[in-house]
Ligand binder design. Sequence first.
Ligand code: URA
Length: 436
Amino acid sequence: MRIYDIIEKKTRHQELSREELQFFVDEFCSGRLPDYQASALIMAIFLNGMTDRETADLTAVMAASGDNIDLSEIQGIKVDKHSTGGVGDKTTLIIGPLVVACGGRMAKMSGRGLGTAGGTIDKLESIPGFNIALTKEEFIRNVNSIGMAVTGQTANVAPADKKIYALRDVTATVASVPLIASSVMSKKLASGADKLVLDVKMGSGAFIKDLDSARKLAEAMVAIGEHNGRETVAIVTNMDRPLGKKVGNLLEVQEAAETLAGNGPEDLTEVCLVLAAQMLAMAEKGSYEDCYRRAAQTIKDGSALAVFRRFIEAQGGNYDVIDHPERFYPRPCARELLADADGYVHILSAEDVGRASMMLGAGRETKDTPLDYTAGIVLDKTAGDAVAKGERICTLYALDEKKFPAALKVLSAAVCVRPTPPAAQPLILAKISRGG
Ligand code: URA
């Protein structure tokens, strides 16, 4: 078999066999295949797509490229959750405590930020002392005792995805339905959960920008999950606007705590309740409606916030940073974006809000860029809010004042004031399970 022939076959829109996909993954993982040939094949897949059969085979081959995590020592039905990524997406930090406070469990491996989409592990690392590299024993012990644990993806869970993703990230080939489906599902199949809830983000702040592609992605992932014996439900949620009002690592941890205390933004609270209720229902903790009501109650009675604190402390994190960041970090510089007219706030590009936050220091420009955990953006007003000329719309935070001009330029093009309010947008766009 020659990689040249496989690339050429895909450029001619032909279907690749499982053996050819296996050959590609084996050669690439072993270091025998140079990046330029791997990139050429990935670009051909990006442009010409893959059939359902090819997508399922690529997923299986990538899932088998590393270890399969055995979670059998964790009691009960293990339901995992994965988001395809978006701006301000701190849902894992909220859903975990909601699920645990209702009697469920969350054993989660998470990743770092990708492009403008933040990553749970980066957010958790903003908590001084928080250990994101639990041993398998610590991970299982914490899930069994506290109900939840979140750890970084070990090097050997779907290593093929890690290598392919790194190339996609720098060759503009992320936004492909078969490539995202196989990337997400290879990791999920290898990481041992019994059932899966997928949060498929759609909109300007997500990799997938339109509802039709989001549905296709959701259907593809549900089909792969079900084919591999894992009940899978995908919920398509809106990412045309950042989720919640805070974007940036520590800012998002703080917003997670505010949401669990009942003071969070409506959109974030609702998406988290929907996803938590779905996970609980699949863990056989009651009907979806009942689980939703109980999850909402854990916010009111403070039990979900108490789980959040226990989870952070069990992984070595200092919870005080949430209320007193100045005790741990230099106070960041702040700049305000003010309304230039009376009217209503419009968010034209969630992606650019994420980009501005990255430029302030909250995201990586290269894979080795150190993060500034206190950097980011607070949307004092969000889409649809009325504002008066001169009123503050957003506050930007950075350690270095020099970062403000460029970030402000991007942000002021993405967030603007217009005389009429923007059209209301549904938050939950579709729910896809086996059979549609
Ligand atoms: N999240 C993933 O894990 N993989 C992708 O390709 C996109 C989002």
